[in-house]
Ligand binder design. Structure first.
Ligand code: DQA
Length: 176
């Protein structure tokens, strides 16, 4: 079964393309979603993208991710990054890995954007690469899933292989 990934965009990301294009670029959210989904198809991953301006909705989606069968979440929490303890607690409380992504390099911007309350509980962070941040976030989840699969397989002893009968030997019977 192909891996399924959930991409969550937080507040104001629905305005992509029109919103401060000098910072966030000119692609719309729909175009970013198409890029991530195409990348997912190339990598054999099914990607579902959702956006909300509502903190509680993002929390509900995070809490439901495992139940819905997602193997990981790529999350751009938008401005919630900098202060939402509720979103931080949701990321910390779920079993699926979450990769935090940002279009812009938050460390090169206003000082109050330098802090992410999500970073410490996310599996990792990718930022500053525009829409490519999402593709790299997806790659990170694929790598994390691969590692998890390998360690599951290493813990499960393999069933012993059935022994094949030795092939019949051609040629002269040995004289003993
Ligand atoms: C953002 C960075 C946040 O500081 C900002 O509030 C956003 C977008 C980014 O993707 O660069 O809404 O998360």
């Amino acid at each position: 079964m192909p891996m399924r990934c959930l991409v969550l965009h937080g507040p104001n990301l629905n305005l992509l393309g029109r919103r401060e294009p000098q910072i966030y670029g000119s692609l719309t959210l729909a175009a970013v979603d198409r890029l991530v989904q195409e990348h997912g198809r190339r990598r054999g991953v099914r990607v579902e993208c959702r956006q909300s301006n509502v903190e509680g909705q993002l929390i509900d989606w995070l809490q439901g991710a495992e139940r819905e069968g997602f193997g990981g979440v790529v999350l751009n929490p938008g401005a919630f990054t900098h202060y939402s303890i509720a979103l931080r607690d949701a990321v910390a409380g779920i079993g699926v890995p979450v990769v935090e992504v940002h279009l812009s390099n938050i460390h090169a911007r206003e000082p109050w954007r330098h802090q992410s309350v999500i970073a410490a509980v996310a599996r990792g962070q990718v930022l500053g690469f525009g829409p490519v941040s999402y593709l790299l976030g997806l790659e990170a989840l694929i790598a994390v899933e691969g590692e998890a699969r390998e360690s599951r397989e290493a813990r499960q002893p393999r069933a012993p292989r059935a022994r094949r009968p030795a092939p019949a030997r051609a040629g002269r019977p040995s004289r003993r």
